[in-house]
Design a protein around this ligand. Sequence first.
Ligand SMILES: [Zn+2]
Length: 310
Amino acid sequence: MYKLPTQIDWQRRKLLANMALSFAVFGLPIFGRIAAAEGIVEAWRSVQFKKDGLRCAVLKAGGFAMSPATLFPQASEEALSKHGLNTETIPFDIHSLFVDTGKNKIVIDPGGTGDNSGRLLGELRKIDIDPESIDTVIISHAHCDHYQACTSEKGVVNFPNARYYLQKREWDYWASAENAEENHHKQFSNLLLPIKEQFELVDGETEIVPGVQALLTPGHSPGHMTVHMGKSIAYTGDAILQPAQVVHQAWCAEFNRWPAQVLSSRAKFIKRVALDKALVVGTHFPSPAAGFIVPGSSGFRWAASSPTII
Ligand SMILES: [Zn+2]
């Protein structure tokens, strides 16, 4: 069992926000949680921040471990070590992003793993957000780690008052048993098909709700999208899986079905967020999963934002 964090005192944080100039990242308690599974140590931490008039929270919805051979088959052990990556297993966190625009309460990628799909609901409640108050759910793509918390194992819809947004081409792909990968197709059929009437299927670059834009970034899946909010906040989905890929953009996971498209979508995303000087939230980046993509003389680098940066 992991220790529950103390309840967040949002009012106090609001006060602190007013003291900050334009951008505040609030570090919440770092929750020492040790997961025995596969020897991976997971540090659970959540980050809240206010930026561009939006209240946001990066919420850890789960995590698992990946083999470097699957994740980065092109990378040498030396290159992995240079990026602080274990050459045996790489922790693969799952982070959802909560956004309150003032008009809409949004969850992007309500993810999880099969055995802890309710975790995200707990994380939302800890920041005083009732899942029933969520009116918008955005799913970057229909791999089940990005939507596992939409529905409970018992079939209860966890965000009953929300409209759900997914690219139409993504829906069509996963709805077709012939083309789709078996496990994800099964999860799609079990968890998303039953709530089809709650979905708005969008096509290409779209403003989902005022101030929140979807950018089509296919390759990882046919209708993958990244999400861009306010003036300069972005959510990666699986356009970039780990910070090392900001430097090594050509590192491409085995499970990327269309690698050439992945690389061009990744380049498009990186160019945009670097230009926007966006705060980037990486779904599978190590917690707290927030930072900036910074251009340099020989490419780009990842600058993680620390909760102590205000
Ligand atoms: Zn993923």
